[in-house]
Design a protein around this ligand. Structure first.
Ligand SMILES: Nc1ncnc2c1ncn2[C@@H]1O[C@H](COP(=O)(O)OP(=O)(O)O)[C@@H](O)[C@H]1O
Ligand SMILES: [Mg+2]
Length: 273
């Protein structure tokens, strides 16, 4: 019979007790609340997005998901609560300041400048997001810095070949990819994406899933998404919202198995969300 050395036992005991290295929260949301008159669209929401993590937020229409994204990105002022990002509470800061701190966002409704080319669209966001220090450089240097951002962003989303196409001539799916390039050109430190696959066909969605799998290696991501297959392949952690409240939040597998979530959505397995 094989004997087990004391050192092996100690190692095994240690391994069984060892918890994974403590993940570092990039964003910590505490008690976040937004009321519109009598309606509380977001009610005391707590959630954490750790470094290296894609965190999906799901829930039926009207659950408060877009309102949450608008609060995190400064497009709405919270009624209460804190949003800790990069060591400070950013709740209530205006959108342009939040963007400068590195939170890049995409919108639920496509938000591109239709008459401009793909390149021009990405150029616009790339140059407005240049750090202040760079604005004092000679125009040629500024130009080069922005051009590199634009090229990188187009390369990442796979639109390099379409750079000179007017946005208006692109398919809906390509416009959504363009929107992601516009976010990436701002050199964000965090991505908040509101239904990036909304209105896409299966092939286009698949491309965006691949892209998000790539992006999550570099950026912490908060992703609002209806497509559960996409959510399960992209997200590490998941928050389920209903009527402004968090029903469940945690690692995807744990939330998926929660009774409350099963009852609310995943019950018969073929619901859309
Ligand atoms: N600016 C607003 N003024 C008043 N009510 C709003 C506003 N924005 C959202 N709501 C309401 O808040 C609730 C949550 O909306 P929303 O965040 O868009 O949900 P979701 O994105 O989950 O579908 C809905 O009842 C919606 O009608
Ligand atoms: Mg929404």
């Amino acid at each position: 019979m094989k004997t087990v050395a004391k050192a092996d036992i100690r190692r095994m005991q240690h391994a069984s007790k060892a918890t994974p290295p403590a993940a570092e929260p990039v964003m910590r949301v505490e008690g976040l609340t937004k009321s519109f008159g009598g309606l509380t669209a977001v009610a005391r929401v707590d959630l954490i997005v750790n470094a290296g993590e894609a965190h999906a937020v799901i829930g039926p229409n009207g659950a408060g998901k877009s309102t949450l994204v608008n609060l995190l990105t400064g497009h709405l002022k919270p009624s209460a609560g804190r949003i800790l990002f990069g060591g400070r509470d950013i709740a209530g800061l205006p959108a342009h300041k939040v963007a400068r701190l590195g939170i890049g966002r995409s919108y639920q409704k496509t938000n591109v400048f239709a008459p401009l080319t793909v390149w021009e669209n990405v150029w616009l966001t790339g140059q407005t997001a240049l750090p202040h220090a760079m604005r004092f450089l000679r125009p040629a240097h500024t130009h080069k810095a922005v051009r590199e951002r634009v090229e990188e962003a187009l390369e990442l989303v796979g639109l390099t070949d379409r750079a000179h196409t007017p946005a208006a001539a692109m398919s809906h799916g390509e416009q959504r990819q363009l929107e992601l390039a516009m976010v990436l050109a701002t050199k964000p430190r965090f991505l908040a994406l509101d239904e990036p696959m909304a209105g896409m066909g299966p092939e286009e969605s698949e491309k965006v899933v691949d892209l998000l799998l790539e992006l999550r290696k570099t950026y912490p991501v908060l992703l609002v998404e209806h497509d559960m297959d996409a959510v399960f392949s992209i997200a590490h952690t998941l928050t389920v919202m209903v009527n402004g409240r968090v029903l469940e939040s945690g690692p995807v597998e744990q939330v998926r198995e929660s009774k409350a979530v099963q009852d609310a959505y995943l019950g018969d397995g073929d619901e859309d969300y």
